[in-house]
Design a binder for this molecule. Structure first.
Ligand code: UGA
Length: 442
C-alpha cells in the first residue's frame, strides 16, 4: 500500500519504519527539517533499540522516505494517511491539538486521493475523532470525495517500540458507527501481516477507541501510584513494599507488572495523559468520573519529594555543598527520553538546594546537557560516584542494577545509597557497609 505518516516523532518515525518493513511504500512527513535530514541519512533522532536497523532497511529498500514538503503529486497517490503528531499538554492540563488539525489540513490542502483513508494514531481527548470526521464530511460534500477516518490508537512502549508496533497486544479500530466499512478493509490490508499472526482486532466506535487509549494509560498510572501509596504506608509502618507487591501480584487478578514502587512514573505519556483525561472529563461535565486521577498524580509527585527528603535526612539535615551522584537521567531505562523524568527532577531540585550534583546516564546525556546546562554530567558511573557522599539510583539501567557494592564502596566518600527504583539487593549493600534506603523497603 502507499501510505504517509504525518508527524515523525517517537511514534511516527517508528511507525513509518515498521510499515516499510511490512512492505508498504511510506512517505514520512514532519515540519522539522533537521529531523527529516537525520532520518533520511539513517540517523535515529532518539535512542530506541532495534529502530536504527528498521530505519536503514526501509531507506535501503527505497520504500521509506522522509520530507518536510510533500509534493501534491506524491500525496495524491497515498491510500492511507496516518496522523502521528504530538498532542502536548496545553492550558489547564488539556491536550493541545494544534498539530493534529494542521495535519488534517495538510492532507486536505493537497487534493488527496478521493478514497484516501485517514488514520488517527495520536493520543486525543475523546470526541476529537468525531470532529475530524465532520470536517472530512464537509470536505467530501464540497469536493465529491469519499475520505474516511479510522481511529487506531497506539500502545507502544518506549524501549520496545519496534516490537510493540509489529506485534501489538491488540489492534483497535474506531469507526463512525463502530461497524466494518471499506476504510477498515483498507486498514486491514496495511496490517495484513500482524493480523495474519492472529493479533486480535477490536472494532469500536470513535469515542470508545479514543477512550481505550486514555483508559489504558490511566490504569497503568493507577497501578504504579497504588503501589507507591503502599510504599508510603510501608515507610510509616516499617513494612516492605517489595514483599507486599510480590505477594499481592501472585493473585492473577492483580498480576506483578507495573507494581514496581520507586520514584514513580514520568515520560511524555502517562503524566500528560492523566491530566488531559481529567481536563476532558471536566469539559464533558463528569469531572468526578476520573477525579481519582488527581490523587494518582499527587502520589506520583510525592515520590520525588520523598527522595529529596530522604537525601536531606541521610546527609544530616543539609545537602549544601555535599556531593551527590545521580545514576540515571532518562525517565526509564532503554530510552534517552528525559521528558518529566523523575530522576532528573530529583537531580535538579537537589542542585537547586545547593548540593554538588553529578549525573550520569548511558544514553540521555546529550539531551540533559542541552536542557539543563547547570548540571554536571559525566560519562559513566565510576566518575559519578567518585568521592560522593550520597549515591541515588534514579533510573534502573542494567549497568546500575548490576553494580557491585564492594567496588562502589572503594570509590565513594561515604557509603550512603538511595535505591530510587528498588532494584538493588539491600542485604548485599548493607553487607558491604552501606547505609541503604529503598523507596518503601524497611
Ligand atoms: C506508556 C504506556 O506503557 C504505553 O502503552 C503507551 O503506548 C505509551 O505510554 C504512550 O502513551 O505512548 P511509556 O511512556 O513508554 O509507555 O513508558 P512505561 O513503560 O509505561 O513507563 C512509564 C513510567 O512508569 C516510567 O517512568 C517507568 O519508570 C514508570 N514505572 C513503570 C514505574 O515507576 N513502575 C512500574 O512498575 C512500571
Amino acid at each position: 500500500m502507499k501510505i504517509s505518516v504525518i508527524g515523525c516523532g517517537y511514534l511516527g518515525a517508528v511507525h513509518a519504519a515498521c510499515m516499510a518493513y511490512l512492505g508498504h511504500d511510506v512517505l514520512g512527513i514532519d515540519v522539522d527539517q533537521q529531523k527529516v535530514d537525520n532520518l533520511n541519512a539513517g540517523k535515529a533522532p532518539f535512542y530506541e533499540p532495534g529502530f536504527p536497523e528498521k530505519l536503514s532497511a526501509g531507506l535501503d529498500s527505497g520504500k521509506l522516505i522522509f520530507t518536510t514538503t510533500p509534493q501534491a503529486e506524491a500525496l495524491k497517490d497515498i491510500e492511507v494517511h496516518f496522523i502521528a503528531v504530538g498532542t502536548p499538554q496545553g492550558e489547564n492540563g488539556a491536550a493541545n491539538l494544534t498539530y493534529l488539525w494542521e495535519a488534517v489540513e495538510l492532507i486536505l490542502d493537497n487534493q488527496p486521493n478521493p478514497k484516501a483513508v485517514i488514520v488517527g494514531k495520536s493520543t486525543v481527548p475523546v470526541g476529537t475523532a468525531q470532529q475530524i470526521s465532520a470536517r472530512l464530511e464537509t470536505y467530501n460534500a464540497e469536493n465529491g470525495t469519499e475520505l474516511s477516518l479510522i481511529w487506531n490508537p497506539e500502545f507502544l512502549r518506549e524501549g520496545f517500540a519496534v516490537e510493540d508496533t509489529l506485534h501489538p497486544d491488540r489492534i483497535v479500530y474506531g469507526t463512525e458507527t463502530g461497524e466494518e466499512n471499506w476504510a477498515q478493509q483498507q486498514l486491514d490490508k496495511v496490517y495484513e501481516i500482524p493480523l495474519g499472526e492472529g493479533i486480535e482486532r477490536i472494532l469500536a466506535d470513535y469515542a470508545t477507541a479514543e477512550l481505550v487509549k486514555t483508559a489504558a494509560n490511566s490504569f497503568l498510572a493507577m497501578k504504579i501510584s497504588f503501589i507507591n501509596a503502599m510504599a508510603e504506608l510501608c515507610e510509616a509502618t516499617g513494612g516492605n513494599v517489595t514483599t507486599l507487591a510480590q505477594a499481592i501480584g501472585k493473585d492473577k487478578r492483580i498480576g506483578h507488572r507495573f507494581l514496581g514502587a520507586g520514584l514513580g512514573f514520568g515520560g511524555g505519556c502517562l503524566p500528560k495523559d492523566i491530566r488531559a483525561f481529567g481536563a476532558r472529563a471536566k469539559e464533558l461535565g463528569v469531572p468526578e468520573a476520573v477525579s481519582f486521577l488527581t490523587d494518582i498524580d499527587a502520589i506520583n509527585k510525592r515520590r520525588r519529594d520523598r527522595a529529596i527528603n530522604l537525601s536531606v535526612q541521610m546527609l544530616d539535615g543539609d545537602v549544601k555543598n555535599k556531593k551527590i551522584a545521580i545514576l540515571g537521567a532518562a525517565f526509564k531505562p532503554n530510552s534517552d527520553d528525559i521528558r518529566d523524568s523523575p530522576a532528573l527532577e530529583v537531580a535538579v531540585r537537589l542542585q537547586d538546594m545547593g548540593a554538588e550534583v553529578v549525573i550520569t546516564d548511558p544514553q540521555a546525556l546529550p539531551l540533559v546537557a542541552a536542557a539543563y546546562p547547570q548540571l554536571s554530567l559525566v560519562e559513566n558511573w565510576e566518575a559519578a560516584v567518585q568521592d560522593a557522599e550520597l549515591v541515588v539510583l534514579g533510573t534502573e539501567w542494567d549497568v546500575f542494577k548490576q553494580l557491585d557494592p564492594v567496588a562502589v564502596a572503594g570509590i565513594v566518600s561515604t557509603r550512603k545509597v538511595i535505591d530510587g527504583r528498588n532494584v538493588l539487593s539491600p542485604q548485599d549493600w548493607k553487607n558491604a557497609g552501606w547505609e541503604y534506603h529503598g523507596m518503601g523497603r524497611s
